[in-house]
Ligand binder design. Structure first.
Ligand SMILES: [Zn+2]
Length: 275
């Protein structure tokens, strides 16, 4: 039998990449079209939180274009009518979330499991309610720098709003993390695409987001991809003798055996090479 590696680690992201970049945009407005087109060109991924009650094709995206526009990105719940959820009773909270989820699933053709809170407002009763509705994570508007994995996925904080300036702007902050070879974590930026239009500030869109793209040691992912990969990592089984690993999940998971990256394919048991 081949010698087993001395040390086996499970890096946080696929391919052993040390930073994950993810973004989140609310309300499903027509300015999303310009952002999605640029993201597709640059290789960035977005999560788009939609109110199914407002997909009118005027200020907001039309229901009929949701599936094609957001292909390759994530569509997530933002409730049907964008209320302050803590002001509703639990039945109405459930309807706002579940009716939105169902309407969006009818459009995109996959299970919708993510959410962003309208106005960023929630309380323990809202969280309890979401737990019953198959919502995996719910994004707030609070900021927490390296925000993953959250202790409460239904009160998930972001790294920063796209226009944040304290202590640095988004591209400045990202550049510092990239320059630090010991840093590993999630860089999660959120906003509204209409902010660039209302402020007549599309140059800022390019200034903020373009520098995030194209880095070889960054994983570009949607919000739900982060949670799915984290779940797959936690399911991975490494033999006590470190000679093999079994991946019971449906996603390939990257291991680091004596400093060498090894991908364990879904459903397979793979020998781990020693250095
Ligand atoms: Zn909103």
């Amino acid at each position: 039998m081949n010698p087993a590696p001395k040390r086996v680690e499970i890096p946080p992201f696929p391919g052993g990449k040390r930073i994950a970049v993810t973004t989140s945009f609310d309300d499903g407005v027509v300015e999303d079209r310009r952002v999605v087109a640029a993201f597709n060109e640059w290789g960035l991924k977005g999560t788009f939180n939609l109110n199914s009650g407002g997909l009118d094709g005027k200020g907001h995206i039309a229901a009929s274009e949701v599936s094609s526009l957001y292909r390759g990105h994530e569509v997530a719940v933002h409730t049907v009518t964008h209320p302050h959820l803590p002001k509703l009773d639990s039945t109405q909270i459930a309807r706002e979330v579940l009716d939105d989820r169902i309407a969006l699933e009818d459009l995109v053709g996959y299970p919708v499991r993510g959410m962003a809170y309208p106005f960023g407002t929630y309380n323990p009763m809202v969280i309890d309610c979401l737990r019953q509705l198959g919502i995996v994570y719910a994004r707030s508007t609070e900021n927490a720098g390296n925000c993953f994995p959250p202790t409460e996925p239904l009160a998930w904080k972001t790294t920063a709003h796209q226009y944040a300036r304290e202590p640095d702007t988004v591209p400045e902050r990202f550049a510092k993390l990239c320059e630090n070879p010991n840093y590993s974590g999630v860089f999660f930026i959120w906003g509204h695409t209409y902010e660039f239009d209302r402020k007549n500030d599309w140059p800022s869109f390019e200034r903020i987001y373009r520098p995030l793209a194209g880095k070889p040691d960054v994983w570009y992912c949607t919000n739900i991809e982060l949670f799915d990969y984290e779940a797959a990592r936690h399911r991975l089984v490494i033999a006590a003798n470190r000679a093999t690993a079994f991946n019971p999940s449906a996603l390939p998971v990257t291991l680091c055996a004596d400093g060498k990256l090894v991908v364990i394919p879904p459903g397979q048991t793979t020998p781990l090479p020693a250095a």
